[in-house]
Ligand binder design. Sequence first.
Ligand code: HEC
Length: 134
Amino acid sequence: MRKAVLVVTLFVGAVALAAPPASSPALLEKGKASFTLNCVPCHGVAGAGDGVAAAALNPKPRNFKVDAFKNGEKPENVFKTVSEGIPTTVMVSFAHLTEEERWSLAYYVLELRGPGVGKPVAAAPAADAKKKKK
Ligand code: HEC
């Protein structure tokens, strides 16, 4: 009986660990480093979809600043995109990266998207006021 309780506790603990980590300057730094390594060739340094490989691609890499995100714009949505990729495109899965690294990428992509995270920059003149809103 004790053993069963212990197993359940460990299981719940493991699930809790899988919850999104909060964003932090350190995590964003990590995201930036990983983005530079893994994503810049297509998405460009500032995420404008203008990396060196972009010209040859169809569909084009997403421009994080202005394009809509078809999988959604919450950190968990971008995490899913990075983890699973987008089928039939060159946007492949990055599931080989650690979960923490994928979260850091999700937050960094949204940082590149702009201060009004989740909203296209052009449509968010009051972005600063909304910065802390979830
Ligand atoms: C080989 C080129 C390539 C690389 C490398 C690449 N992407 Fe992409 N990415 C694309 C393309 C192309 C699309 C658009 C696919 C489509 O139109 O459905 C895309 C789309 C996306 C989207 C938009 C998802 C949505 O909901 O619309 C996100 C977010 C994204 N990529 C993040 C990343 C991150 C983070 C990395 C690095 C870990 C990365 N990509 C690496 C080509 C690339």
